[in-house]
Design a protein around this ligand. Structure first.
Ligand SMILES: C[S@@+](CC[C@H](N)C(=O)[O-])C[C@H]1O[C@@H](n2cnc3c(N)ncnc32)[C@H](O)[C@@H]1O
Length: 228
């Protein structure tokens, strides 16, 4: 795929979140309804992971509305979060919400497909429901794992979730929605994403990896970054 083509497909993965309607109803249709009934994974479970893993210097890749961090107690007063997204409307929305909750917020406009040297160090990094929006196969998306491994402290944790199309069992509702998001809204780019590829990529950059499937979702945790 040419660079222009990748950029165009990448835009498809985030531009929808500039719609006031989509961002305004995201917590209801995605966090509450789709996660539970379409992808069959509970948002409470994802929230538990945010609450367990989020450290005092946290990087959130693709924060959306910031729903999970909004409900995560501050790890310490003045804790810092860096919000990383290609969509400025997403950054504006999630920043506002998290500043109100007491976080010290930094914003970074960037693509996960570009190495992000210079950010960090972070105690925790999350990428929740992000990789299925990013074009290319895992070999393209691994660049994010490499950047995260460099930006994480030695005892930090990288965690999140994604919706692969291979290696999970999608319900009928899941298959219909996946088709809709791949072919109509074009927000999903997960055609080649499999659970094993996710695990292999994480194991390349982290010594301690856990990937588990819940419904149509792969949940991951990775520790002990391998650098150099
Ligand atoms: C489905 S939303 C997930 C929001 C939130 N993390 C959650 O779990 O509810 C995907 C997020 O990833 C961002 N995103 C999509 N493609 C991206 C890319 N190539 N680089 C950076 N951010 C991207 C979108 O703008 C959006 O904020």
């Amino acid at each position: 795929m040419s660079d222009a083509n990748v950029a165009a497909r990448e835009r498809e993965g985030y531009r929808l979140y500039s719609s006031k309607f989509v961002l305004g109803t995201y917590n209801l249709h995605t966090v509450w309804f789709n996660t539970r009934f379409v992808w069959r994974c509970s948002s409470e479970r994802m929230l538990e992971r945010y609450r367990s893993f989020t450290g005092a210097r946290h990087l959130d890749i693709g924060p959306g509305t910031g729903w999970y961090l909004e409900r995560t107690p501050l790890p310490e007063p003045g804790a810092e979060v860096t919000l990383f997204d290609l969509n400025r409307d997403v950054l504006a929305t999630s920043s506002r919400v998290l500043r109100d909750r007491g976080w010290t917020v930094h914003e970074h406009v960037g693509s996960v497909l570009e190495p992000f040297d210079g950010l960090g160090p972070f105690d925790s990094v999350a990428a929740n429901f992000v990789f299925h929006c990013v074009p290319g196969g895992w070999d393209t998306k691994y660049v994010t794992f490499e950047s995260v491994a460099r930006a994480l402290t030695d005892d930090g944790v990288f965690f999140g979730s994604t919706i692969p199309s291979i290696g999970v069992t999608h319900s009928v509702a899941g298959r219909v929605n996946q088709w809709l998001y791949q072919k109509v809204t074009k927000t999903f780019h997960n055609e080649a994403d499999d659970v094993e590829g996710l695990r292999e990529g994480l194991e390349k950059y982290f010594a301690d990896v856990d990937v588990r499937v819940e419904g149509g979702v792969a949940l991951f945790e990775a520790r002990r970054p391998r650098r150099g």
